[in-house]
Design a binder for this molecule. Structure first.
Ligand code: PHE
Length: 347
């Protein structure tokens, strides 16, 4: 008896799966469950089943019945729905969204290639630094409050006797020291020329609409014999023209940094008003970053003789120049580092 049921079940499953329309399916349903259907016939035979097998037979009968009823229902749903969904094979395929290199990474690539063309080599140094390289060797007196200007994140580890506290690089200027000291291994007279461009992450305890606690700077350093302010000015003009466009110019304004003497703030001519003055700029000029001639004490700290060599350095914000170039005005710079695709896809 049990075997009959299983055969019936297998046959019915095969039939249901091959059905192509609702009429055919209804016919199968009637053949199985109708008044003169197979199930009724089998149920009648229960009388003939041996008494001890009756219970199991009843259970199997129900299971088979439920399974088939369920299958018929599923098939019915399929046939009903597929009749409604019309597939148009000529429709254009859905486009996959394309990713792209981040706005800031693109700017970094462009800045490096501008400087590589005039012989600068891109370098990188550790983002976790000692106070010595970020401040002391850059001519900041020990415990001088000027360190506060850099809003530094200190790493909560014991100080080094030699190098002081551990910190996250608050500016790329520590790369000047690292670069000059790395030349000590070279034979005398081969420490220069240096033409480095250090582009790196910087960290400061500031977070508001115009500051992100992690941002990028690019730091140029040139050291050689007879380097003077005209070399600095020429390099800055070259950068301004290559990066922003050939009509742009730079100007130097006296300023103060511990590690350069003289020091300057660099402005670039405004392209909106062509130098006449508008609401975007200060009387035709936009402020872009710091620069100066490497302080003799800094050269000495790096075992370079200031009577033989001189140098210039500049350090600017990557995000700032990239936004100035693209004309992008973001209401909050922190958006540059959000993972919101609505923002990212516009950058
Ligand atoms: N390190 C300075 C800053 O973070 C910029 C600078 C770099 C100034 C090199 C002079 C020379 O603001």
């Amino acid at each position: 008896m049990g075997d009959n049921l299983i055969n019936l079940k297998n046959q019915a499953i095969a039939q249901i799966s091959e059905v192509r329309d609702l009429t055919e399916l209804e016919q199968i349903r009637i053949n199985l469950f109708g008044r003169n259907g197979k199930f009724n016939a089998i149920s009648k035979e229960i009388a003939k089943v041996a008494i001890e097998e009756k219970k199991q037979f009843g259970i199997t009968l129900n299971e088979v019945k439920n399974t088939l009823e369920e299958l018929i229902q599923i098939k019915k749903n399929d046939l009903t729905n597929s009749a409604r969904v019309w597939f148009d094979p000529t429709m254009p395929a859905k486009k996959n969204k394309l990713g792209k290199i981040h706005f800031v990474s693109r700017a970094i690539d462009e800045i490096s290639s501008v400087f590589e063309k005039i012989g600068f080599s891109r370098v990188r140094y550790s983002e976790v630094e000692w106070d010595y390289f970020a401040f002391t060797a850059l001519n900041f007196p020990v415990n001088h409050p000027a360190r506060d200007d850099w809003e530094t994140f200190f790493v909560d580890l014991p100080e080094s006797k030699k190098y002081g506290s551990m910190l996250l690089t608050p500016h790329t200027s520590s790369g000047q020291i690292r670069e000059m000291l790395s030349r000590q291994a070279l034979p005398a007279g081969r420490q220069a020329p240096i033409r480095m461009i250090n582009i790196a992450k910087c960290y400061r305890r500031q977070s508001d609409i115009s500051h992100v606690p992690m941002f990028h700077q690019f730091e140029g350093l040139v050291v050689d014999s007879n380097i003077n302010i005209t070399n600095l000015k020429g390099t800055l003009d070259y950068f301004a023209k290559s990066f922003f466009g050939k009509n742009r110019e730079t100007r130097l304004r006296p300023y103060h940094f511990q590690f350069t003497e003289p020091s300057f703030e660099v402005d670039i001519s405004c392209n909106v008003c062509d130098g006449r003055g508008c609401k975007l700029c200060k009387e035709g000029w936009l402020e872009i970053g710091g620069a100066g001639m490497v302080h003799p004490n800094v050269l000495r700290n790096c075992k370079i003789d200031p009577n033989v060599y001189s140098g210039f350095a500049f350090g600017w914000g990557v995000e700032r120049v990239a936004m100035m170039k693209s004309g992008l005005s973001v209401p909050d710079v922190r958006l540059l580092y959000s993972s919101d695709l609505r923002v990212l896809s516009q950058l």
